[in-house]
Design a protein around this ligand. Structure first.
Ligand code: PLP
Length: 454
């Protein structure tokens, strides 16, 4: 017997999150208001509590994880690092393939890593209730769970098309006490306006964010929680990479390449930033790692978007952030990886991409599901469609290793399981999945409507 699963003990749950802002070559571009001036804290305090904003704006390298949060993490952390030996054999590659499995959380993905501290920090600041949005339901279910743990009511605006197509995620949220509303809705100005224009509006992540932020700003005691993109969310996710470093050390291995799916960028940041931190501190091995974000060809934010100031939502309620964007009113095609259908990208990940410290690749939908099924048959775990993007890119590299004979060590983040995405698999098996052509004209038109600042 040799271990294929590298486990850590509860004591190995990190005691601090790693903040990459401390190690950036250039300071991050500040969020701007519509007038082009940096947004003051009072504006942000209408949306987020001070406890969260403090982390959002921090440049401290190490931020302590509160005991209450570590205790809640212990429900599923440390997550396992696994060697995908049967996949290696199936591919006939000399490469070693490792993955970190974040599907062991109660919600089935990495998202509770940030939902839990966000609920805790809100409770600490006296927030009475939380409001958020969700696309496929991963974030909404994670925040409903976290709200339940710390006794905070949670309202979730769920993109209407998912609300109708994904009843099980909706029921999961309701089981954990979350109140779920199909977006666009009649609860907000944004929703009422859009429904008056088109009663059949199927919604988008950007619209749902507008509704949630609008409610947070207008209802006292209510704050907003975002599941990706912002600095504090990426910070919370670094528990993934911090554990992975210990696990690689335990296994006597070290990655040559790291892959992660990239939607808003938080699980990618979570797995890569601790290694990038070592690189910044002069670690030669970490400097040699290739860090690869994997996105869908139909929503290619890093590979085809522009690096510019844009809104995080569709209506312009959020501050402007400097990031890779396809334009805030870009409507991505209805692909089956809801978590990757976002027009923007985390400002920190965008900046690292501009500074060429990380890479990105876009993969088509059908080949992504092919990789997901191959992985499930080899390793048993059925991956979330989002995670299957990283698997595709990793398998492509393993096949290149087969050609060249190079025994690289490849590592990807298995960000979640696909148990609530079986209808997507059904479409794949029925041959009904399409490769949406990269919607170049739609993206160019949307980019032309970017706010003019900076
Ligand atoms: C939300 C989600 C993603 C994408 O979000 P990031 O912020 O880019 O991490 C990836 N995988 C799963 C399983 C998700 O739920």
């Amino acid at each position: 017997m040799h271990p294929t699963r590298i486990q850590l003990a509860a004591d190995d749950i990190p005691t601090h999150w790693y903040n990459i802002v401390a190690d950036l070559k250039n300071p991050p571009a500040p969020p701007l208001g519509p007038d082009g001036n940096p947004v003051g804290p009072e504006k942000m305090l209408a949306i987020f509590p001070g406890t969260v904003l403090e982390q959002e704006m921090s440049a401290e390298r190490w931020i302590p994880i509160p005991d209450e949060v570590r205790q809640a993490y212990a429900l599923w952390r440390p997550s396992p690092l696994c060697r995908a030996e049967r996949l290696e054999q199936m591919l006939g590659t000399p490469a070693k393939i490792f993955y970190k499995y974040e599907g062991v959380s109660p919600a089935g993905s990495h998202k509770p890593n940030s939902a839990v501290p966000q609920a805790y920090l809100n409770k600490l600041a006296g927030t009475k209730r939380l409001v958020t949005e969700t696309g496929a339901g991963q974030w909404g279910s994670s925040l409903s769970l976290a709200g339940q743990i710390f006794g905070l009511p949670v309202r979730v605006y769920m993109v209407k098309v998912s609300y109708n197509q994904k009843p099980y995620r909706r029921l999961m949220m309701q089981t954990w006490g979350g109140e779920v509303i199909a977006s666009p809705s009649m609860h907000t100005e944004t929703g009422r306006k859009l429904l008056a224009e088109n009663p059949d509006n199927a919604g988008s992540l950007a619209i749902a964010i507008s509704e949630a932020v609008e409610e947070a700003v207008s209802v006292p005691g209510t704050k907003y929680a975002l599941g990706s993109v912002l600095n504090h969310v990426l910070l919370h996710q670094t528990v993934i990479g911090l554990e992975a470093k210990k696990q690689f050390e335990k296994a006597g291995e070290y990655p040559d390449m790291i892959f992660a799916p990239c939607g808003g960028g938080c699980n990618f940041a979570g797995v890569t930033f601790p290694f990038l931190g070592d690189a910044a501190a002069g670690d030669k091995r970490a400097q040699k790692i290739r860090y690869v974000g994997v996105e869908p060809a139909s929503c290619p934010t890093l590979t085809k978007g522009v690096y510019a100031y844009d809104f995080g939502d569709s209506s312009g309620f959020t501050p402007l952030m400097k990031m890779h964007t396809l334009g805030h009113d870009f409507m991505p095609p209805g692909i089956h990886a809801g978590g990757l259908r976002y027009h923007g990208m985390s400002p920190l990940v965008s900046q690292l991409y501009e500074e060429k410290l990380i890479e990105a690749v876009a993969v088509p939908q059908v080949a992504t599901f092919e990789a997901g099924v191959m992985f499930a048959r080899a390793e048993g775990i059925i991956p979330a469609p989002e995670s299957a993007h990283a698997i595709r890119a990793c398998i492509d590299e393993a096949l290149r290793c087969k050609e060249s004979g190079e025994p690289k060590t490849l590592f990807f983040n298995l960000s979640g399981h696909g148990h609530f995405d079986m209808t997507a698999y059904e479409s794949y098996f029925a041959g009904k999945l399409e490769d949406f052509a990269y919607p170049e004209q739609v993206i160019q038109a949307s980019i032309a409507r970017l706010p003019k600042v900076g």
